[in-house]
Design a protein around this ligand. Structure first.
Ligand code: GLN
Length: 192
């Protein structure tokens, strides 16, 4: 299995590190031809407008959409924004997931925080009973899901922070910044 990480901007190196820890072959994706031979793709956290503009400049928008029709893609934070259909503002989006996202939704004073999440799918897939300790950095929330997208995780006040639509995955938080590899394992379970 070979997993690509979109390496235009943001914390792609951290995702690669965890994938290597899980003995998965990795590739940095900067150009359309780098998608060849990959079984799945991770879009990292960073700055979604920058990632979108660079993806457009490198002619990656259509190739990424085509890739996602057949393969698993997971967006973390800025990557989740980039996968969404609607962010209530004008910026380049892949528009692949039926989720509406609000950027920087947790406000300035608590724009970075950590909390434990109960994610039944994750526990089931990894055979673990532990809650998931999630790191949020100027994180978006998923305001709503539609179509066949489903909610995977919510914070205590009910706001949605993870969603899945078939083999597409979006998380507001950053599993690449923790030592817990369960979310990466969960993603790998979606890769055919
Ligand atoms: N606030 C960033 C954005 O809107 C996302 C932050 C992140 O990826 N940690 O794109």
């Amino acid at each position: 299995m070979k997993i690509g990480v979109l390496a235009l901007q943001g914390d792609f190196a951290e995702h690669i590190k965890i994938l290597k820890q899980l003995n998965v072959e990795t590739a940095e994706v900067r150009l359309p031809e780098h998608l060849k031979g990959l079984d799945g793709l991770i879009i990292p956290g960073g700055e979604s407008t920058t990632i979108g503009k660079l993806a457009a400049a490198y002619h990656l928008m259509e190739p990424l959409r085509e890739f996602g029709q057949r393969h698993a893609i997971w967006g973390t934070c800025a990557g989740a924004i980039f996968l969404s259909k609607d962010v209530s503002r004008d910026q380049p989006l892949l528009g692949m997931m039926d989720i509406k996202v609000q950027r920087n939704a947790f406000g300035r004073q608590i724009d970075s925080f950590e909390t434990d999440l109960d994610i039944p799918e994750l526990k089931q897939a990894t055979g673990s009973k532990e809650d998931y300790h999630a790191v949020f950095i100027r994180a978006p929330i998923i305001e709503s899901v539609s179509g066949d997208a489903k909610v995977l995780a919510k914070v205590d006040d009910g706001r949605i922070v993870a969603a899945q639509q078939g083999h597409l995955l979006a998380t507001s938080f950053h599993p690449e910044l923790t030592n817990d590899t369960r979310f990466h394992e969960y993603f790998l379970s979606l890769v055919d």
